[in-house]
Write a protein that binds this ligand. Structure first.
Ligand SMILES: [Zn+2]
Length: 222
């Protein structure tokens, strides 16, 4: 169901329909490569960096594929303020006012962490990557598919829409060391379609939940 689900999303999801089909191949390559290296948490900035896409497109593609019935789920993390390079996974929902780090053995209040939350994406549990990879681009051209038409007209990534995919547009790419993680502030900003509705309801719900937890924590600290 992995390829079927991907293809269906790129054909029907209004937030994905304008992307060329070659994106599915790139996404498949990226996911396989990360899993083969033992990385289960996926970073849309890294995907954008490795496949020469704009960061915003990378994030929006991931968001459009994130929900219970889709490919990805989202996992929130924060950095421990005391331990360099130590990430703490935030439980959903938050049960305590503190997050415990087993390296420095301290409890950290959420208030002290709220500016360093970031989201990684992970394949939903029921999704399995088939052993045999499929060459998406070898499949026959569908004259009724907008994405196929665009791909034929424009070739690879020279599509006219979304505009940020056009080669003349300067790309923003954040994937480099420390700053390459998708911060909650960026994800919140990009999780909007053209009508200002959330692209991923799951991500929207999680943002609201975390913000609520943080404001509760602020109140109790006063
Ligand atoms: Zn620590």
């Amino acid at each position: 169901m992995y390829y079927e689900s991907l293809e269906e999303q790129f054909q029907k999801n209004p937030n994905l329909i304008e992307y060329p089909k070659s994106i599915i191949q790139k996404l498949d390559d990226y996911i396989r490569s990360e899993y083969n290296h033992g990385y289960i948490y996926l970073n849309p900035y890294k995907f954008a960096y490795e496949y020469d896409l704009d960061d915003i497109d990378g994030v929006k593609i991931f968001l459009a594929l994130t929900d219970q019935e889709k490919l990805f789920t989202v996992i929130p993390f924060v950095d421990c303020p005391c331990c360099v390079g130590k990430s703490l996974k935030i439980p959903k929902p938050l049960d305590d006012d503190y997050l415990y780090c087993d390296e420095c053995r301290r409890n950290h209040t959420f208030k002290s962490l709220e500016n360093s939350i970031y989201f990684y994406f992970k394949l939903n549990q029921r999704v399995t990557i088939p052993e045999k990879r499929r060459n998406i681009l070898d499949r026959s051209f569908d004259p009724h598919s907008t994405s196929d038409i665009m791909e034929r007209l424009n070739g690879n990534l020279k599509g006219t829409s979304p505009s940020s995919l056009a080669s003349e547009v300067k790309r923003t790419q954040r994937y480099s060391g420390e700053w390459g993680r998708p911060r909650i502030q960026d994800i919140t900003q990009y999780n909007r379609d053209s009508k200002n509705n959330p692209i991923s309801e799951e991500v929207n719900d999680l943002e609201l939940l975390l913000m609520q937890d943080f404001s509760n924590d602020t109140r109790s600290a006063l």
